[in-house]
Design a protein around this ligand. Structure first.
Ligand code: FDA
Length: 319
């Protein structure tokens, strides 16, 4: 599944290192770039972050991660689907994925995006689709994480999560993004539900009116969310590759007496694999988010924007 990102030894030119995240996310919208990368990207390096284009390619990757002591979730890559037919096709695909995970007895769950299931055009459609999947997963003893997307979708996503919980579904979790000013208020609203909440820094291009523009503010907000969530009774998925944050959470949990069954660490497939294994060796639960599917372009662009040095894969493979 590719060489670990953090272990690349090729020198990274300083112009690549200093490319701002915003520039990469803006460039990602170019139709020409999308066509080029979609055509050659899997060969040029996308496979480091994506476990193949088909479920059959993804299953052995999930199994290998399980064998290394890691939990996994998988995602059929896709987002911003504009039609009911497209959303219905995603639901059918997820039913097949859930059935396959159960049949193969993998330690795997599903993480999905509501704009893949209809949220782009109709909240009710998205709710009906995700409820069908959460109910199906429940019958199989599986869990579904609802990813968090651009800020315009945050309130509808949280409404849908609350409706699922009100309908009695316990096998579903949600995500809060530390960069959003409103996430602490959202957490307060969620805590009475004893939620399973994943905390992330936030991966989308957001204006300074809605999100902290400075990294150190995002990092501080991240820690506050994790601490508040743990103290408030949530189960917390600490999703980050930031070792400083990971060490802080370990120390905080030890100091305040939170057992290891109250939280887990989560990282992305292809990012910091040695750190993933170190945490397993320290008896932490670690989950690797391992997506697959042909529509990997926006996912890959967000990964490149997080660490512009990753662009070096593409530049190197081009030459
Ligand atoms: P940060 O970006 O500060 O990176 C810390 C260090 O980690 C870097 O110095 C580098 O060493 C390493 N690193 C980070 N990203 C890397 C990359 N792409 N390649 C190589 N090295 C990298 N976002 C969102 O908005 N909604 C969501 O639902 C999710 N879901 C989600 C699930 C999981 C399991 C993870 C790990 C992340 C997400 N995210 C997300 C993405 C998240 O918002 C954020 O963009 C990334 O995790 C990168 O931020 P870090 O917390 O890793 O810190």
């Amino acid at each position: 599944a590719g060489r670990p990102v953090a272990q690349l030894t090729v020198p990274v030119p300083s112009f690549v290192r200093s490319l701002p995240r915003k520039a990469i996310l803006l460039a990602a919208d170019s139709a020409l770039l999308r066509r080029l990368v979609a055509r050659y990207g899997m060969r040029l390096g996308a496979a480091r972050f994506v476990a193949g284009e088909t479920l059959d390619e993804c299953i052995p990757v999930l199994r290998r991660l399980n064998e290394a002591g890691l939990h996994t979730n998988t995602t059929l890559l896709g987002e911003e689907i504009p039609t009911a037919d497209g959303a219905a096709a995603a639901v059918s695909a997820y039913v097949e994925i859930l059935d396959r995970i159960a049949a193969e007895k993998l330690r795997a769950n599903v993480a999905l995006k509501l704009t893949h299931l209809g949220l782009t055009f109709d909240e009710e459609t998205a709710f009906a689709n995700v409820e069908r999947l959460v109910a199906h997963a429940g019958r199989l003893g599986l869990f579904i994480r609802i990813d968090m997307e651009q800020s315009a979708y945050v309130e509808p996503t949280l409404r849908i999560y609350a409706r699922l919980r009100a309908a009695g579904h316990e096998n579903v979790g949600v995500v809060l993004q530390a960069y959003l000013y409103r996430s602490p208020a959202h957490l307060e609203h969620l805590l009475p539900l004893a939620p399973n909440v994943r905390i992330v820094k936030g991966a989308y291009l957001e204006p300074p009116e809605v999100a902290h523009p400075d990294k150190q503010d995002v990092d501080a907000a991240y820690l506050r969310l994790v601490e508040t969530a743990l103290r408030g009774g949530a189960y917390v998925a600490v999703a980050t590759h930031d070792e400083r944050i990971i060490r802080h959470v370990q120390a905080f949990a030890a100091r305040e007496g939170f057992e290891r069954d109250r939280f887990e660490f989560q990282m992305l497939f292809g990012v910091r694999p040695a750190l993933q294994r170190d945490l397993v060796a320290q008896s932490h639960k670690v989950l690797v988010a391992t997506p697959f599917g042909p529509d990997w372009y926006p996912y890959l662009m967000r990964r490149l924007a997080e660490r512009p040095a990753n662009l070096i894969f593409f530049l190197r493979n081009l030459v």
